[in-house]
Design a protein around this ligand. Structure first.
Ligand code: SAM
Ligand code: SF4
Ligand code: FES
Length: 352
């Protein structure tokens, strides 16, 4: 199928199919600007000009897992480990609210010090003392735990599937199982969380056809937030010498996702800003509508090194807030002033 035929199908709302997704994801540099423009137009039509901000709190760098791509993997002996205690997490969330955020993301490695009860205490305290929406991004737990945190007030959950290709998933995750990860996402959806997932771009051996199948799977899942970023090789991992992903490859996926998910929340990720100073702006102009500025206390930021060269390590939360505002306004966009909850269009239509 030609690029123009594929773009025609995408812009007329055809059901996502590998036959037309893969040619868009593999398009050449000459065609790419038209794909990005289509993503940008679909973003304007679907979710408007607002960019929603989520303050990112990286509260623990301990992890029980050994994902081949990640600097926090448990066998990376030179990784620096820290964890904020419950009071410090709550205090950081309050600071985020004071800086004007309406939402925070609590993210960590899979740190079992945070028992169901401990993270529940943090969630309840934030909910009682602020008006913040809370997203969790703390990896795989059992269904009862997810339910407990939802009942405590967590609104959203972010768990990237990373790839749906069985062989690639197995090669990257020595202690994980694709079916188990999928089961986590089904449980989170069924419990009622606003559901976030996503993939990395540029994983070793990853093809446009694999990414196309990822998009179809995320569509079938009913994903409401989709975070995608380039894979950035970390020197302390087995993939240190891999080529890694690119800004351009990731932009193609951002635009394709916007065409397939007109109403979803798509972040312009930190990894994009790490590969290029204007990587996040370019994502915002190819379909993205969310940014996740760091609000983690400055002194511990360097210890959450999932990949090298991460931006904002020496900056504080106030500085990042101002920086992000300037970037968004500079593009002629507006900053969302509400909680930025996902809009469940189908459910609303059924109720009409
Ligand atoms: N531990 C939780 C999990 O894995 O879901 C949350 C934290 S984990 C650091 C968040 C995301 O970082 C992962 O889903 C993965 O996609 C991304 N990540 C890890 N290593 C990366 C790398 N080297 N380059 C780009 N993104 C990476
Ligand atoms: Fe741990 Fe998440 Fe990194 Fe995997 S991606 S090693 S689960 S922090
Ligand atoms: Fe942190 Fe720009 S977002 S300095």
């Amino acid at each position: 199928m030609t690029f123009d035929e594929a773009l025609g199908l995408a812009t007329t709302g055809a059901a996502p199919a590998e036959a037309w997704l893969a040619p868009l994801l593999a398009c050449g540099d000459d065609d790419a600007p038209r794909l990005y423009a289509a993503g940008d137009a679909a973003r304007q039509a679907g979710v408007g000009s607002d960019v929603h901000l989520r303050g990112l709190i990286e509260f623990s760098s301990y992890c029980r897992k050994d994902c081949a791509y990640c600097g926090l993997r448990r066998t990376n002996r030179v990784a620096q480990r820290y964890r904020l205690d419950i009071d410090a997490i709550v205090a950081t969330a309050r600071e985020a609210e004071a800086l004007g955020y309406r939402s925070v993301v609590l993210q960590s490695g899979e740190d079992v010090w945070f028992t169901p009860a401990r993270l529940e205490a943090a969630i309840r305290d934030i909910k009682e003392s602020t008006d913040l929406a809370i997203a969790l991004s703390v990896g795989e737990r059992d269904r009862e735990t997810y339910q407990r945190w939802f009942d405590a007030g967590a609104d959203r959950y972010l768990l990237r599937i990373e790839t749906t290709d069985p062989a690639l998933f197995a090669a990257l995750h020595p202690d994980d199982d694709l079916a188990a990860r999928m089961a986590c996402l089904y449980a989170l959806r069924d419990i009622g969380y606003q559901l976030g997932t996503g993939v990395m771009v540029g994983l070793p051996g990853q093809t446009p056809e694999m990414l196309a199948r990822d998009v179809i799977w995320m569509h079938d899942l009913g994903a409401e937030m989709i975070g995608v970023g380039p894979f950035i090789p970390h020197p302390g991992t087995p993939l240190a010498d891999a080529a890694g992903g690119t800004v351009e490859g990731t932009l193609r996926l951002v635009a394709v996702l916007r065409l397939v998910f007109p109403h979803a929340h798509l972040p312009a990720t930190t990894a994009m800003g790490t590969l290029h100073p204007l990587g996040r702006e370019r994502a915002l102009e190819a379909g993205a509508n969310v940014m996740m500025p760091n609000v983690t206390p400055t002194e511990i930021r360097p210890k959450y090194e999932i990949y090298p060269g991460k931006i904002c390590l020496a900056d504080d939360a106030r500085h990042c807030r101002g920086c992000i505002t300037g970037r968004i306004v500079g593009l002629g966009r507006t900053i969302g002033t509400d909680h930025g909850h996902v809009k469940r269009v189908k459910a609303e239509q059924e109720m009409d």
